[in-house]
Design a protein around this ligand. Sequence first.
Ligand SMILES: [Zn+2]
Length: 405
Amino acid sequence: MNPYSNDKGKSSLRNVFIDAKIQKNCIYSFEYFNFEYLIVFMTIQEITKIVEEIAPLSYAEDFDNVGLLVGNPNQKVTGVLVTLDTLEEVVDEAINKNCNLIISFHPIIFSGLKKLTGRNYVEKVVIKAIQHNIAIYATHTALDNSIIGVNAKICEVLGLNNPKILIPKTHTIQKLTTYIPIKDAEKLRLALFDAGAGSIGNYDQCSFNMDGFGTYRAHKNANPTIGEKEILHQENETCITVIFEKHLEQSILKALFKNHPYEEVAYEIITLNNKNQNIGLGMIGELSNTLNEAEFLKFVKKSMNTKCVRHSKLLQNKIKKVAVLGGSGSFAIEEAINAGADAFITSDLKYHEFYKAENKILLVDIGHYESEQFTKNLLVDYLTKKIPNFAIILSETNTNSIYYI
Ligand SMILES: [Zn+2]
């Protein structure tokens, strides 16, 4: 018997009262009243950490408001409801399905709250969530910038091959340089690789190493691992240089301090201007078959399950290379043209922005909700794979604010 699958798709965790010590990602399997239960106890923080493995909060744009917006990170989770937007109906759905964590794509609190009196839909949602002890977490641009996020999902739905980031981010790669006695260098290098350093494209364990000698003199209060107090010491050392993605900084530093023998570790971290091909907005890929514009528009309308597609002037071009950017993407028109895309699928294009096609590209506006609608499936699939015995529920509430006749 699986306590999490009943016919209404509700979480049945409330029926299970087992006092067990909470450990990270732990799963308890045992006999209970002759039924075998797979029990997972997790806190909000433990679950959101799993989301942040594919959408680290440091990937989010500066203007954004991501992460845990409402709730206590240490609260035990009874079930997770995944939605695009957190509306009052979604909070009601969470209550009905016994989910006390809503993972939302868009943040309900965006530009701050000065009062909480229920005078608008945002305040009403927040008040209701707090009253029912329901936490709200938002990923938004953290997931937009992920190589397996919003745009990867659109590429998957459209069947685009060789998807690549359209606008690779800068300032997300860091470089660590440290100096260590030669005999300890290999152990540290391997520990840094284990923590995620040294990955460049299709290569890992990349580093640069140079042997030389370091000097130091320990003060009388020091406790030097090698050398004597108050005597100038010279040690043969390796200078190790590795790069890593900035969200890994804490784990990289942890590995460094754990595996370096010195009392005082000499190191430098610098942020590089290099573009990061693994993080950024939009993606570009290729259709398996070249289509004419009319066929392409029909294909997009059907695949993206949208009732209405707005597009720029038809150019009688064949469509093979397609750029996509879920949500409002007018800012990326030029990048799509420069990347050689035949078409650019996005949303929220204004009247004058269609002119920016400049007879070079077919601009396709499929609607904001429609462009991001599969994001919640992406999150549900991912979390279900990571924590298969936990109640991860796809919201059934349609939160699209735009209707068509
Ligand atoms: Zn959006």
